[in-house]
Design a protein around this ligand. Structure first.
Ligand SMILES: Nc1ncnc2c1ncn2[C@@H]1O[C@H](COP(=O)(O)OP(=O)(O)OP(=O)(O)O)[C@@H](O)[C@H]1O
Length: 553
């Protein structure tokens, strides 16, 4: 969609008002010129009246031009605000598979660079709209004054525009590269922030990262943005010189060749000088408009979910109270990379009964976390089905299905806001009780529905993430290697005391774990191996897993 289309589609009436006001102020600008040439310069006895009319004309011009610009500015910034809201809502509604495909740095670049480009373009839009209206009004007047000179003017301006097309193509090319450069730079910033410890400990790595990755991208960005600006400057200068040349040509044709009198030629010159400012302004605004066009394309390329009114309304847990939850023939392939096939999981067949405590074990990279993402509905099975109490999960029930789960994944994010699963506030007493259970009561407290602090060690942050998950009071709790960062005492407390306590409240618990000492605490033990799931159903087999594991250590 174009900028104008975007603006027009959402607020038709306001846009129409701006257009009318712009045309009116442009007509008034030309009227001021006409008044100067026809009335003021003519002189006469009624000068006070003429001056009063002149002042009134100027006041009318000031009011309409200001109204047009203010309305367009307000409209433009509202538009950007709406776009920002839509974009964030759509990101929140988009499946994590797509978000992972796009990647964090690209999303950040879209949310910052693309929105900024659109904002800047909207700031320049008033000049363009006004310039276009002024050009039409001024050319109309010139056509009425001297048709011959008008035709020359139009042909000259069109020839200028045709010459400008090549330059616009070059500017557009470099603007596209600048936007790609933004994506690379965001990737570098992300690596620099996430890898701060590694880079601080290894200065040679930091130096090579700076020279080979960041600096290369920053230089490419600099070169493209410089070229875009040079071509733009060239376009501006060319427009300026050709417009001035046009004045010379018009004077020559009028006075030299007798096409019109000197007075008409002067009026043409005055009018073209009046047009020069918006014309140069339009050329100067070109890169911002081209950037906005590239940004609109980039935003469309993210393939985010469509926005809809009920997107963020809290989903009632319509599937609450399930008896069984099954995966039937569920398969999932990661996309291939550099010609190599992606990792494949499945077919997975498993039925989980309400209230069970299930452990999932398996080697690194065997597919446990992928299984967890499929089970929780975060990944869409490419084959097979999720089934709740005999009913397949469909597109319309997928979001509700996800609301069955609370989770602590290995790459969890710790929010400070405490919320129940239905989006309501958590009772302070519950939070305090859980803080005490998790041994965090002296470190952090609940304050206005938030945790007073979240800057803790990884093990402590995981305890708070568990607190967040349990106060949600959802039916199922999924924990991905939760105990891996806990000290031995708390790990023991977790397996022997906390999990049974949570299970006693009716929760179904699926815990991915390598802690084979506690495998016998689960109702069921599942093993993931090269993307296939098998159930280890007798204790002796569980012990053999344990013995094998100990032997391999
Ligand atoms: N985002 C991704 N894109 C492509 N492939 C992926 C992605 N995430 C995981 N994989 C592939 O899937 C395989 C299984 O990953 P998964 O995270 O499910 O393993 P895991 O059993 O949880 O491992 P670990 O015990 O090390 O956490 C990985 O070896 C990797 O090849």
């Amino acid at each position: 969609m174009t900028l104008m289309g975007l603006l027009f589609s959402s607020r038709k009436k306001a846009f129409a008002a701006v257009a009318v006001l712009s045309v009116l102020s442009a007509v008034l600008s030309v009227a001021v010129l006409a008044f100067i040439s026809q009335r003021l310069l003519a002189g006469g006895a009624d000068l006070p009246v003429v001056l009063l009319q002149f002042v009134l004309l100027l006041v009318a011009l000031f009011v309409t031009a200001t109204l047009a610009q203010v309305t367009l500015h307000v409209l433009g910034h509202r538009m950007v605000y709406g776009l920002r809201r839509d974009l964030v809502r759509r990101v929140l509604a988009t499946d994590i598979e797509q978000l992972e495909k796009v990647g964090g740095p690209h999303l950040l670049a879209a949310l910052s660079t693309d929105l900024r480009n659109l904002t800047i373009a909207f700031v320049h839009l008033p000049e363009l709209v006004y310039g276009a209206a002024l050009s039409v009004a001024a050319l109309g007047w010139l056509a009425w004054l001297a048709p011959g000179l008008f035709v020359v003017t139009v042909v000259w301006l069109l020839a200028t525009a045709v010459m400008g097309v090549w330059l616009v193509g070059r500017i557009n090319f470099h603007i596209g590269k600048v936007r790609e450069g933004d994506d690379h730079l965001y990737q570098d910033y992300q690596a620099m922030i996430d890898g701060r410890k590694e880079l601080a400990l290894n200065r040679p790595r930091a130096a090579r990262f700076f020279d080979e990755e960041f600096d290369g991208h920053a230089r490419a960005y600099r070169d493209h943005v410089t070229r875009a600006d040079i071509y733009n400057g060239l376009a501006g200068n060319m427009a300026n010189v050709l417009v001035l040349a046009l004045i010379g040509v018009l004077f020559y044709l009028a006075v030299g060749q007798g096409w019109a009198d000197a007075n008409t030629a002067s009026i043409f010159a005055l009018t073209i000088l009046l047009l020069r400012t918006p014309l140069i302004g339009a050329v100067a605004a070109l890169p911002t408009l081209l950037s906005a066009r590239v940004s609109l394309r980039k935003l469309a390329g993210l393939q985010l979910a469509a926005d809809s009114a009920d997107l963020l309304q809290s989903t009632s847990n319509t599937l609450s109270g399930f008896s069984t939850l099954s995966l039937q023939g569920v398969c999932y392939h990661y996309p291939e990379q550099d010609g190599a096939p992606g990792f494949a999981v499945g077919p997975l067949d498993i039925t989980i009964r309400r209230g069970e405590l299930i452990f999932v074990q398996g080697g690194n990279g065997s597919g446990k976390s992928t299984f967890a993402r499929l089970l929780t509905g975060l990944y869409r099975p490419q084959q097979g089905e999720l089934i709740v109490d005999g009913e397949p999960v469909t597109e319309s029930t997928r979001v509700a299905f996800r609301q069955l789960f609370s989770s602590v994944f290995t790459d969890f994010h710790l929010f400070s806001r405490l919320l129940k699963g239905d989006g309501t506030d958590v009772a302070s007493a519950d939070v305090d009780a859980w803080l005490a259970t998790l041994g965090m009561q002296h470190k952090v407290r609940e304050q206005d529905g938030r945790l007073s602090d979240i800057r803790f060690s990884q093990g402590q942050r995981k305890r708070l993430a568990l607190l967040m998950a349990v106060v949600e009071s959802r039916d199922c709790l999924l924990l991905d290697e939760w105990a891996a960062d806990q000290d031995p005492q708390f790990r023991q407390f977790f397996y022997l005391d906390l999990l049974p306590r949570l299970q006693a409240t009716g929760k179904t618990i699926i815990a991915i774990t390598h802690d084979d000492h506690y495998f016998d605490r689960a109702d069921r033990l599942l093993k993931m191996d090269a993307g296939r799931l098998q159930e280890i159903d007798d204790l002796s087999a569980r012990e053999s897993v344990q013995v094998l594991r100990e032997a391999s250590l």
